[in-house]
Design a protein around this ligand. Structure first.
Ligand code: HEM
Length: 594
């Protein structure tokens, strides 16, 4: 053994001297020696291996037997098993751009293989509906997630759970709590929180992004557990999970074979175990707190009370403590980044289309006068509803939706879709189809308000609204949070419009399409000037809300406390989910459809 090491070290495989020596021998010998020498270059050797693997893949795929009349989906060329591993875009929105551009070449649905998994990219609304709605029974599963291993089977986090009887019970639970709380205006919590958010914006306008995020957390925590303070728990557990489920998160999401490492030596599995533990603690603590308050007679209406009281519909789902804690908790944390996205998008839209704020203010002032817009005013506020709808289209929270997985082999339009294929509907591209959305890159709320646009619908007292909106996905896996989103966005956009003038800070450049890199995207915060529109409005906010309810503290005291460095200038970036925008040294270019 020692000898072989010595030999290898002492005699490099093909030293330059040997190479020149071999060139003086016969031509065929000299060619093979040159090729051999070339292969000593690691880059050339890797290229050679890739070419061989590529050829092998074509041969193997060519031999796969297909039923008569069935074709293969167009597929991006790649290597056997590893596929196009070099082609995984880093960020959520870059993936939407990347695969959206390939649509022209490969058509409305095509395959992309990477690390043993077959992905299908769906680039039109028709194909998404044909598969996810008309054939929803086959396309309703979710995929495994390498960094959040086991999350599909655990049945704890509804959006990531595989399809099963447990999933159906849990989804029923969510629909029941939504059906119960929506007619009661989500127990009045969103309107109460809107006032606190106005107060915070009045006091510390430069922290607007933080206020939007904490607004979402406080509102949903109140609806779920009757206490906005539990929002801190949600804000703590979301960043870890969102990173774990994003390609831009831990490297295991790209190098998926790392999931086979045993827990003892896998930092990913250890991190996932910690995340689960923390999430369970958060959800148990919050539900137990409601239980205590019910016993003391101090609990206020919230989703948890529905489970504790076994309200009509809830009892049929037979959710035990653990299931209820997770069903409530996991439906709550999704309401932060998703709704935070369009809230940031609103500031961006106003930055790029300042004249629209004037039009909105005219409508809100005319209808509401000296009070904040209320949900009852919505029939008379079509411009406000159009703003919500257009912000969701223009800057989507989930530009690639959530993948659906095929339960069985299927043939669609003569093409084979294999069991286990992960299908992604490119919501971003679908809502940029110029035949339905003329001038698709423009923020154009008028497209919902004028009969000259194909998306126009009457009556304007009802349309536009979010029912059936593509942003919320398709079929039996579509989002149960539409009514809550509509309620929160309409009332908060309305309150912001009524209260403030908003514009980018003079001398600064707002971003165009710069968002965080994860699967739920949010415009990067940028400097904005927010000023109160009148003294009477200032008085109204100060009198109407004596407690601004700041969520971030100067120092960490309790386990769930979140810290804002009040001494420094740095803005709170929510664990990397809301990094501040920095103008790039070289202007960024975007695909024509972005
Ligand atoms: C702007 C706001 C929102 C957007 C854009 C959004 C988008 C989505 C999308 C695209 C899906 C996957 C649909 C599919 O698989 O086809 C989804 C699922 C889900 N959403 Fe939302 N969502 C939003 C707000 C909310 C809110 C406020 C809640 C709850 C309070 C919520 C709870 C859920 C749940 C529980 C699922 C999982 C459904 C399932 O897997 O069957 N979402 N959402």
């Amino acid at each position: 053994m020692a000898q072989s090491v010595e030999v290898t070290q002492g005699e490099p495989f093909l030293p330059a001297a040997n190479a020149s020596l071999s060139s003086s021998t016969s031509p065929s010998h000299s060619h093979s020696a040159t090729a051999f020498a070339l292969l000593q270059n690691p880059k050339i050797a890797l290229g050679f291996v890739l070419v061989i693997l590529f050829v092998l893949e074509r041969l193997i795929r060519g031999r796969e037997k297909l039923p008569a009349g069935v074709k293969r989906l167009p597929r991006l060329p790649g290597l056997p098993w590893a596929g196009r591993f070099w082609d995984v875009p880093e960020t959520g929105i870059e993936s939407a751009f990347h695969f959206g551009a390939l649509h022209k070449k490969y058509g409305p649905i095509y395959e992309w293989k990477v690390m043993g998994t077959t992905h299908a990219w769906i680039e039109t609304d028709k194909v998404a509906r044909d598969l996810f709605v008309r054939r929803q029974r086959n396309y309703c599963d979710r995929n495994e997630l390498p960094a959040a291993i086991g999350v599909k089977q655990d049945m704890e986090i509804l959006p990531l759970s595989g399809y099963s009887e447990d999933f159906k019970r849990h989804k029923n639970f969510i629909h029941t709590i939504m059906r119960h709380s929506h007619p009661k205006n989500f127990y009045g919590w969103p309107v109460q929180e809107n006032k606190k958010t106005l107060r915070r914006l009045l006091e510390t306008p430069d922290r607007w992004s933080e206020h939007m995020i904490t607004h979402c957390a406080r509102t949903i925590a109140s609806i779920a557990w009757g206490d906005p303070e539990h929002g801190k728990k949600l804000l703590t557990v979301v960043p870890e999970l969102l990173k774990a489920v994003s390609p831009a998160g831990p490297i295991i999401n790209k190098l998926t074979f790392l999931q086979h490492l045993p827990t003892a030596i896998s930092p990913f599995k250890q991190a996932e175990a910690r995340r689960k533990q923390e999430m369970t603690e958060a959800f148990y603590e919050a539900l137990n707190d409601v239980k205590d308050r019910v016993n003391k007679g101090t609990a206020e209406e919230c989703w948890s009370m529905l489970w504790l009281n076994q309200e009509k519909g809830i009892e049929a789902t037979k959710c035990d403590f653990h299931e209820a804690a997770y069903a409530i908790g996991s439906s709550s944390f999704v309401a932060i980044a998703t709704i935070g996205g369009p809230l940031h998008g609103f500031f961006l839209a106003i930055a790029h289309y300042p004249e629209w704020l004037g039009q909105l203010q005219e409508e809100v002032d005319r209808v509401c006068g000296d009070r904040l817009p209320a949900i009852e005013d919505l029939p008379l506020l079509p411009k406000l509803r159009a703003t919500v709808k257009e912000v969701l289209r223009w800057r989507q929270s989930t530009p690639l939706g959530v993948p659906h997985e095929a339960l069985e082999d299927d043939v669609y339009d003569g093409y084979l879709i294999k069991k286990g294929t992960m299908l992604h509907a490119n919501h971003f591209l679908i809502t940029r189809d110029p035949t339905l959305y003329p001038r698709p890159n423009t923020f154009l709320p008028e497209r919902w308000l004028s009969p000259t646009y194909p998306t126009y619908k009457e009556p304007l007292t009802e349309h536009p609204n979010l029912r059936g909106d593509i942003s919320f996905g398709y079929g039996n896996r579509s989002c149960p949070g539409i009514d809550l989103t509509h309620f929160e966005l309409c009332t908060l956009f309305g309150a912001l419009t009524w209260s403030f003038n908003i514009r980018p800070t003079p001398g600064t450049t707002p971003p165009y399409y710069e968002v965080n890199p994860y699967v739920i995207t949010m415009t990067k915060p940028f400097p904005v000037e927010i000023t109160i529109r009148s003294e009477s409005k200032r008085r109204f906010i100060l009198d109407g809300c004596d407690d601004p309810g700041y969520t971030l503290k100067a120092e960490k005291e309790g386990k769930w406390d979140l810290v804002h460095d009040v001494r420094g200038d740095a803005l709170w970036d929510w664990g990397g989910l809301a990094p501040s925008y920095e103008v790039p040294a070289v202007p960024k270019t975007y695909p024509e459809f972005a």
